[in-house]
Ligand binder design. Structure first.
Ligand code: FES
Length: 356
């Protein structure tokens, strides 16, 4: 049984009797607003005139072509104006290259964006669509409708029909990531990174010289307890001075020969208590420059790793995982200290292809 209240009040009360059990009530609005619907679709020029439609299509193609030109232009600017990152960098040159690459990437993005928006606005149908709420799991009928919508969308947008637009869109999307790929590839070293990191300027016969003057060091100048900051002879004339120094910097110290614990095969790596070790910390590469003369410990100021010089620079404290590499040295006929060879293992922190 249903009992309706007065319609003047605006709302009616519907009484629903259930049998058996208590009566329940629900408020049913009687003054629902009418759905105004959509205004009638206004046809655009491209809908009415095939010539205009063709014109709009050409504009979309033009935007996608602009996108391709932008992306290719960014790559071309990067390749055409290489920056010498190892030598002195001219800031104005860097600014111009960066500007050109940025403009190319921006053009690539804008071309795709404007092309897509123009395509939607001028060529795809402009009528409004309403999607009614429905349960999350669609019925077979709904699924069939979805397929129909996609098919209609494909028809209306001309995705399968307008080959030139689709082709240039795909071209623009494929071209757009190219600047990113080229720029990131450019960050990698040109030579084999493994070789670059494994070898330093030291080689057989290179004289040990003072840092930074480059003055050769005689063994007689290295007194007991002293420490020298050392670079290889010729470093100051090197084309890539800073990169070479970052790998070849050495600390030279003299201890009493009897204090040194020398392992087999390294007996001739030192001279009368004079030893040379890489200054590059094996943790993350800070310069290990604090020498404690009494204890013969080297301290890295970055994370407090400590190395014992009397025991071939083994780690006695801190996060470093391996000893500082030793530079084998000897003294020539004139009394100057020279390297016997390069380091026998890579200096500095671990890197991806290191075996030691
Ligand atoms: S870099 Fe030397 S302890 Fe971390």
């Amino acid at each position: 049984m249903a009992d309706h209240g007065s319609a003047d009040t605006g709302n009616a009360v519907e009484i629903i009797a259930t049998d058996p059990g208590p009566r329940s009530a629900a408020v049913v609005p009687t003054d629902r607003p009418q759905n105004p619907g959509f205004p009638p679709e206004r046809k655009r020029v491209a809908d009415l005139d095939p010539a205009k439609e063709k014109q709009q299509e050409r504009r979309v193609v033009a935007w996608f072509v602009v996108g391709i030109i932008g992306a290719v232009g960014a790559v071309a600017a990067y390749v055409a104006f290489p920056l010498d990152t190892r030598g002195s960098i001219d800031p104005s040159e860097t600014r111009i290259v960066t500007l050109l690459i940025g403009l190319g990437i921006a053009l690539g993005l804008f071309g795709i964006g404007f092309g897509a928006v123009h395509w939607a606005k001028s060529l795809m149908h402009g009528h409004d669509l309403v999607e009614m709420r429905h349960p999350t799991r669609g019925s077979e009928e709904t699924r069939a409708k979805a397929v129909a919508v996609f098919t209609a969308g494909n028809e209306e947008s001309g995705f399968s029909r307008r080959k030139a637009i689709v082709g240039t869109l795909i071209g623009a999307l494929v071209a757009f990531p190219l600047p990113g790929i080229v720029l990131f590839r450019g960050l990698a070293p040109k030579e084999d990174a493994n070789d670059v990191l494994r070898h330093t300027m030291w080689k057989k016969g290179t004289r040990l010289t003072r840092d930074p003057s480059g003055t050769p060091i005689k063994a007689s100048e290295v007194t007991l307890g002293s420490a020298f900051h050392v670079i290889p002879e010729g470093l100051n004339d090197s084309e890539h001075k800073l990169e070479e120094k970052a790998k070849a910097a050495v600390l030279l110290m003299r201890l009493k020969p009897e204090d040194l614990h020398v392992s087999k095969g390294k007996e001739n790596w030192s001279y009368d208590g004079i030893v040379a070790y890489s200054k590059i910390c094996t943790h993350v590469g800070c310069p290990v420059a604090l020498y404690e003369q009494q204890t013969h410990h080297l301290l890295c100021p970055c994370h407090q790793s400590q190395f014992d010089i009397t025991r071939e620079a083994e780690v006695i404290f801190g996060p470093a995982k391996r000893p500082l590499p030793q530079l084998p040295i000897y003294v020539d006929d004139e009394g100057y200290l020279r390297a016997r060879s390069d380091f026998h293992e890579p200096v500095g922190p671990s890197f991806w292809e290191r075996e030691h």
